[in-house]
Ligand binder design. Structure first.
Ligand code: PLP
Length: 393
């Protein structure tokens, strides 16, 4: 009989543990040493070589979670993204990216790549044909992010992986919004899976880290660039991230459930004009999301009726705080028009659906009834007449 592969929560809890051989403690010992002997040892260990005992142990867990041969951990999501992209590109090369990507990634490309002599093209839509049309003889990398921020649009992972293979490109995905619990792009043929571990992997809004899961061969290439660029993560944070990952399955499964209930509640609310959540059957990408995700995630966006002032709404919430980040155990909201997408001209922004009234909601693990009560009391305070008063004062 073929041994059954352990399930997600078993991998989260146990995979890649370091054994405490001295005291048989239950958890991985933490090795903070930056200095290791180099003679008569199997490896020359050093934190920026990504090979301390804790780094290696955590990489095993992350590789298992993403169904990958190997993994690397970085000091931030952007360190993981920049190192991975730059590992495969040099002057004269070209990269195709989807239009809707994380602002930091967009900035890296448009502010740096001209200086490096690397050219790039962004798609106009998420249609696979659009990606394929932009491929040139010097294209080396094809890059997607799904679900996207903040509209939760879905890109067809398998179609992009197939295009990558047909044209001999390295395919990469920013899998942050889904987390490895909800989406495993390597199963669809993607080469390199990247995470901002600051989000669902860390999950408690107290860790800044990044991760990459890929084949051994690509891992080695990214590793070489990583040593040169130096974006390794401190071992103490590596150890904290290992602890966080033990509950990632539970956290994200709960966030999926809460988000689904909230999306249905908001969809039926008279003060909400639109809800963007891939789990809702009327989301334009619902079927695609079903076909490639195990769960629909904890992120959603919704648009308030123009009679409700979005700033006053956010401030009227008591339990749900406003936050620049996302994916913590605590629910948070943000107005993309004021923050992440403030630099995009109004007209462009509205075309993407990012209106002034759009609220991005990162759903936490609280009791969903309490989250609904909080939204109700905020709307109560701000019913049209009241909202007008708030605006005038
Ligand atoms: C936050 C985020 C990043 C960047 O991660 P940092 O840890 O802040 O460097 C990249 N992609 C997505 C989708 C993110 O949400």
């Amino acid at each position: 009989m073929k041994p059954k592969k352990p399930g997600i929560n078993t991998l989260c809890t146990h995979e890649g543990e370091l054994e405490d051989q001295q005291f048989q403690g239950a958890i991985s010992p933490l090795y903070m040493s930056t200095s290791y002997a180099f003679e008569d040892v199997d490896q020359k260990r050093y934190p920026r070589y990504f090979n301390t005992p804790n780094q290696e142990a955590l990489c095993k867990k992350i590789a298992a979670l993403e169904h990958a041969e190997d993994a690397l951990i970085f000091g931030s999501g952007m360190a993981a993204i920049s190192t991975s992209i730059m590992a495969f590109l040099e002057a004269g090369d070209h990269i195709v990216l989807q239009n809707l990507i994380y602002g930091g990634t967009y900035n890296l490309i448009v502010r740096q790549f001209d200086k490096f002599g690397i050219s790039y093209s962004f798609t106009d839509t998420l249609s696979p044909d659009d990606f394929e049309r932009l491929i040139q003889p010097n294209t080396k990398v094809i890059y997607i992010e799904t679900p996207s921020n903040p509209m939760l649009t879905i890109t067809d992972i398998k179609a992009i992986a197939d295009i990558g293979k047909r044209h001999g490109l390295i395919s990469m995905i920013d899998n942050t919004f889904a987390s490895p619990v909800n989406q495993n792009p390597i199963d669809f043929g993607i080469d390199v899976v990247i995470h901002s571990a600051t989000k669902y992997m860390g999950g408690h809004s107290d860790i800044c880290a990044g991760a990459v899961a890929t084949t051994k061969e690509y891992r080695d290439q990214i590793h070489s660039m990583g040593i040169r660029l130096g974006g390794s993560l401190s071992d103490y944070t590596v150890w904290l991230l290992e602890r966080s990952l033990k509950t990632m399955g539970l956290r994200v499964q709960r966030q999926n459930e809460n988000a689904m209930i909230l999306a249905q509640y908001l969809d039926a609310n008279t003060y909400v004009t639109n809800v963007y959540y891939p789990g809702l059957p009327d989301h334009p990408d619902h079927d695609l999301a079903r076909s490639q995700m195990h769960g629909f995630g904890g992120m959603m966006a919704f648009e308030l009726d123009p009679s409700i002032d979005p700033v006053a709404f956010r401030k009227a919430l008591k339990l749900v705080k406003s936050s620049m980040s996302l994916a913590g155990v605590e629910s948070t909201v943000l107005s993309p028009a004021e923050t992440s997408h403030a630099l995009i001209p109004n007209e462009e922004r509205e075309k993407l659906g990012i209106t002034d009234g759009l609220i991005r909601f990162s759903v936490g693990i609280e009791e969903v009834e309490d989250l609904i009560s909080d939204i109700e009391q905020a709307l109560m305070q701000l019913q049209p007449e009241t909202a007008e008063m708030v605006n005038k004062s």
